[in-house]
Design a binder for this molecule. Structure first.
Ligand code: FAD
Length: 621
């Protein structure tokens, strides 16, 4: 049957990409349908119960700055929060939260169910309705045809999903869920470049059978961080600890002894796995010299005894899994609740996408999440939001929008994917961004919320909170720039014990804040009657301390932008430029771009490479 309601956007899949896509589209006022296998699994964490971490939290904060759900759900479901790299510079500081799976899922579902313009329907999408080169809607396995102007596909690990435990395998989307076979077959008929990737998950352990007394306890941070710019510590549920233990020589021997029944080492699995989240068998093989690996024992929630042993993802046979778990300190008597497994699935070459995440072959069809070759909830959510907003813009007859690499990690993620493609599951790192100091997790709102408001993504409540924060920053900036400390004043006397040298003349508070010995807290202690919000204080401090570097990065971006039309001579010798990778050299030699702008658009040519070309051109002239 033809469903009577016409949608602007249909999103297939209610995972991390799909939920952000559906919410973004609906926030923009477009009639949106979220079509997913099972309403109970909306926002389900397929693997580890954690959100954020280095590089990833930057994406979460950007999703949040555009009013997405991930950070808000994390604040409601987070049972342990930590700031990683807290002693390092602000560019690499990252928030990570352990989540109670059930609370997280419930928070995502509540956000979805309360979102105006969004309908949810539980059903498998089996086919896309395509006329010519234009998508028109979706056909479900019950035979219902839903029509829309755009479709966002976010099928995760489900397309042609095959689960492996030892040499046994069966079809599945993830443990306990069906795969998507009909849709996978249909997509293989379309002109997309499809390949296989693989990922894996560890066995889950019953906490009642674990001896925590021989493990190292790892509590969360105090004061408690929040993930969302709108987040409040009071929203967090009860906080609990994680624990640390290690593998040992015996564990490694057991794993080596099982490799002849490993689907990865016997060639049964063909897909490539995530390099930075390898299985334990991969770690033993690749780092043969190490006789121990750290394992984080992470609780899966407040109302369950299930534990996630982070670091022993495996697809070894179950008997080997049991032996290897029992060889680990504190888990000698452990009971496995769910076996570990690997999953192989179809993914599409992301070079077949535009920056908006619309496919180049089928108009109105957008791809987001794991199917684009990425791994991780955060990477999926970020793409989902971008695809959802562009699918909605398409339905509104508006031009696509996407952030540049110097504006957001979302920009870096999408630009990397569509220009370079990926042959292994792609995850985000701060090192992937050239302009790290500009793209901090503390300023994602200042980078994106205003644009988000213009796009129609931001609620009035968030907009008001953001505007008030900006005003408070402005006020405090003015106050510290205009408050002068005289050498013998009461303020100077209070500061002197903290300073390397006593003040020789008058300084503004802002000048003093630039000194490495002083923090914003020291400056604030001079006027205890004035209470400034912690997020405002953080902005004041980071900007004061790093202003020089930040300005330098902004100048560099401007310089490269101005050089867009700078000519690259026909006889330009790329070989002599040290620092350019051989791959980039050969691409440039082959394509022979005429300007730097053209060179920058050659897939795989990075902004760092363009800077090198620019420097070299300057030297030549
Ligand atoms: P998913 O979260 O998989 O969501 C896909 C959704 O689409 C599901 O709700 C599904 O039911 C629905 N769906 C699929 N097909 C259809 C259809 N035809 N019709 C209707 N609905 C459909 N990430 C890491 O960062 N590190 C890891 O170590 C890691 N290990 C993993 C191990 C396993 C076993 C699995 C399964 C995943 C692992 N992940 C890991 C990946 C992480 O789970 C994903 O990156 C993330 O969930 C991707 O989000 P997504 O929205 O693209 O897809």
């Amino acid at each position: 049957m033809d469903y009577p309601k016409q949608y602007g956007v249909i999103v297939i899949g209610g995972g991390h990409a799909g939920t952000e896509a559906a919410l973004a589209s609906a926030r923009m006022g477009v009639a949106t349908l979220l079509l997913t296998h099972n309403i109970e699994t909306l926002g389900q964490m397929s693997c580890n119960p954690a959100i954020g971490g280095i590089g990833k939290s930057h994406l979460v904060k950007e999703i949040d700055a555009l009013d997405g759900a991930m950070a808000r759900a994390t604040d409601k479901g987070g049972i342990q929060f930590r700031i990683l790299n807290s002693r390092k510079g602000p560019a690499v500081r990252a928030t990570r939260a352990q989540a109670d799976r059930i609370l997280y899922k419930a928070a995502v579902r509540a956000i979805l169910e309360n979102q105006p313009n969004l309908d949810i329907f539980q059903q498998s999408a089996d086919d896309l309705l395509i006329v010519g080169e234009q998508v028109k809607g979706v056909l479900t396995n019950m035979g219902v045809r839903f029509y829309s102007q755009s479709v966002v596909l976010t099928a995760g690990t489900f397309l042609g999903g095959k689960i492996h435990i030892g040499l046994d395998n069966h079809s599945g989307g993830r443990a306990g869920d069906p795969p998507s076979i009909a849709l996978a077959d249909r997509l293989r008929e379309l002109p997309f470049n499809v390949d296989r990737l693989k990922t894996g998950t560890p066995p889950r352990i019953d906490a009642k059978t674990v001896d925590f007394s021989v493990m190292t306890e790892q509590p969360g941070d105090a004061p408690l961080p929040v993930m969302s710019y709108m987040g409040k510590v009071e929203e967090h549920p009860r906080q609990i600890s994680c624990y640390i233990t290690h593998t040992n020589e015996r564990t490694h021997d057991i794993i080596r002894g099982g490799l002849d029944r490993s689907p990865m080492y016997t060639g049964v699995i063909e897909g490539i796995g995530p390099r930075y989240c390898p299985s334990i068998e991969d770690k033993i093989h690749r780092f043969a010299e190490k006789n121990s690996h750290q394992i984080f024992i992470e609780p899966e929630g407040l109302t369950t005894h299930e534990l996630y042993p982070n670091g022993i993802s495996t697809s070894l046979p179950f008997d080997v899994q049991l032996d290897l778990v029992h060889s680990i300190r504190g888990m000698e008597q452990a009971h496995i609740l769910r076996p570990g497994y690997a999953i192989e699935y179809d993914y599409f070459d992301p070079r077949d996408l535009r920056h908006s995440l619309e496919t180049k072959f089928i108009q109105g069809l957008f791809f987001a999440g794991q199917i684009n070759g990425t791994t991780g909830y955060e990477e999926a959510g970020a793409q989902g939001l971008l695809a959802g907003l562009n699918a909605a813009r398409r339905a509104q007859d508006k031009e696509a929008w996407y952030p540049r690499r110097d504006e957001a990690y979302i920009g870096v993620l999408v630009d990397d994917l569509i220009s370079m493609g990926t042959t292994e599951p792609y995850r985000m790192f701060t090192s992937r961004a050239e302009h790290r100091l500009l793209l901090r997790e503390d300023n994602a709102d200042r980078r994106l919320t205003e644009k988000g408001r213009e796009l129609g993504l931001i609620s009035d409540e968030r907009w008001q909170a953001f505007s008030e924060k900006l005003e408070a920053i402005e006020r405090e900036e003015q106050r510290i720039s205009g408050t002068w400390v005289l050498p013998d004043s009461a303020m100077a006397k209070q500061l002197n014990p903290k300073l390397e040298r006593a003040l020789s003349h008058e300084y503004s508070l802002k000048d003093l804040l630039r000194r490495p010995e002083l923090t914003y807290k020291d400056i604030a202690a001079l006027t205890p009657e004035l209470v400034v919000d912690a997020a405002v204080a953080e902005q004041i401090e980071v900007v004061a301390k790093y202003e020089g570097y930040i300005t330098r990065q902004q100048d560099e971006i401007e310089r490269v932008r101005r050089s867009e039309n700078t000519a690259l001579p026909a006889d330009f010798d790329y070989e002599v430029i040290s620092g350019l990778s051989n791959e980039i050299k050969s691409k440039l030699k082959q394509i022979q771009p005429q300007t730097l702008g053209q060179a920058s658009r050659v897939p795989g040519v990075t902004p760092a490479a363009i800077s090198l070309l620019l420097v070299h051109l300057k030297k030549r002239s």
